[in-house]
Ligand binder design. Structure first.
Ligand code: PMM
Length: 422
């Protein structure tokens, strides 16, 4: 089998863990149960046994072709083969449980019986999940976000982990008028609550997925991937599935889903760099190649000179941030500590590195420019601007101090800190 960990699998990378109460292929013993543990980003391969999926619908007209596609995906570098029997593309009509089971059960059973890799069942229906788990599926992938208690019960009873995805609305109508006040905060809140409900109900392990394309506008999908570190910070593995979806087509002017793999790989490489544990793709060899090459480039960048860190402590500014109107009028002192990670220069010349005077100017523009109610938001904006204006910076840590915060009795100061990677 091809190496299944093409991206970021180095020893110092974060460890992703999914607990199970059943022995799964590749799982190790942990206490009285089992766990799947991996570093870096692994591939989940899409195998849809449907006549009408938006990209690969009708490709596998019988179980044998689907089973062969799954086995090929493992050989090409996938870790999990995700078998689905109901199209969830926008506007799709539900198929009925009996038909969904008829499509997926023989494929799941045959793939699981090979013992060649992990098999997940892609379904929103607890009954389908139960049958697939009995047929040997190793985990459940629920675009319904495990919101049905019966789905959580099915996973808990089988002792298998589950992927929970965020969706606004339901597939038939979800793209009619998706709307959010703050898409990142709303999806984050949903994912946090979902993780807690699932673990409380005995699902042994949970993967969270912000749900690219499920009740989202193009800008929402992009914002969610850009904010991926916030979901990674929820402490369980995160999955991203942008493969061949409409946003990629609109961004690139490509109406044909099967020709959207290059754009999909870019999203998945970006997600991998931001800490995604899994990417769900149609084109497994292409994803494997993109992730492996990105990983090698990252390693070369780190090895080139050994990365280093430059810090600027106590940059002092006069800003007008705060929730009270008086703060807008009089303004107050804001101090900023900035730390950036970068490959150190091989020449002793300013143009081979990041000029710290330019860094200071960037922080000044943000701190003395627009007014924000919250120092958290100011810190976030500074970090974003540093990454945008200084391409050599790999990651940035920003701490905003508000020493004169209107808080009686505080002798130190109030701070907000963010750490952001490119
Ligand atoms: N997308 C589809 C189906 N299942 N599951 C997860 N966890 N995440 C996704 O983004 C996702 C999914 C869309 O349909 P496809 O199977 O044709 O790609």
């Amino acid at each position: 089998m091809t190496d299944v960990s093409p991206f970021g699998a180095r020893d110092d990378g974060p460890l992703h863990v999914l607990a199970a109460r059943r022995a799964l292929p590749g799982a190790e013993r942990a206490g009285d149960g089992w766990r799947l543990a991996w570093r870096g980003t692994r591939i989940m391969a899409v195998v849809n046994v449907t006549p009408d999926s938006f990209s690969d619908g009708g490709r596998y007209d019988g179980p044998d072709a689907a089973v062969e596609a799954g086995r090929r995906a493992w050989r090409d570098g996938a870790w999990i083969v995700d078998v689905g029997g109901e199209s969830t593309r926008p506007g799709a009509e539900p198929v009925g449980l009996d038909e969904e089971i008829r499509r997926v059960a023989p494929v799941v059973e045959a793939l699981a019986a090979t013992g060649e890799g992990l098999v997940s069942i892609d379904t929103r229906h607890a009954e389908v999940a139960r049958v697939a788990l009995e047929a040997g599926a190793h985990l459940v992938n629920d675009v319904g976000g495990l919101s049905d208690p019966a789905m959580r019960a099915a996973c808990a009873a089988a002792g298998v982990p589950a992927v929970a995805m965020h969706m606004q609305g339901e597939p038939r109508t979800m793209q009619d008028a998706p709307a959010y006040d703050d898409v990142v905060a709303e999806v984050e809140g949903f994912l946090r609550a979902t993780r807690d409900a699932a673990l409380d109900d005995g699902v042994p392990g949970v993967v969270l997925d912000p749900g690219w394309g499920f009740g989202k506008r193009d800008a929402d999908n992009l914002a969610l991937v850009a904010a991926l570190p916030r979901f990674v910070a929820l402490g369980v593995p995160v999955l991203v599935g942008a493969s061949r979806k409409g946003t990629i087509g609109r961004l690139a002017g490509e109406p044909e889903p099967a020709r959207r793999d290059p754009g999909s790989h870019v999203v998945h490489v970006d997600a991998a760099r931001a800490g995604a544990a899994l990417v769900r793709v149609h084109d497994v060899p292409g994803a494997h190649q993109a992730l492996a090459v990105a990983d090698a480039l990252d390693a070369a960048r780190r090895a080139a000179v050994g990365g280093g860190r430059v810090t600027l402590h106590g940059l002092r500014f006069h800003g007008r941030h705060g929730v009270f109107p008086e703060e807008a009028e009089t303004g107050a002192r804001f101090d900023v500590d900035l730390e950036v990670g970068l490959a150190f220069p091989q020449r002793d010349a300013l143009d081979a590195t990041v000029d710290y005077a330019a860094l200071q100017a960037t922080v000044r523009r943000e701190t003395e420019g627009e007014r924000y109610a919250l120092i958290e938001v100011l810190a976030e904006r500074i970090a974003r601007r540093v990454l945008d204006e200084h391409p050599r910076v790999d990651d940035v840590r920003v701490r905003v101090h508000k020493p004169d915060a209107p808080l009686p009795g505080v002798v130190g100061d109030v701070t907000a800190e963010v750490h952001r990677r490119r």
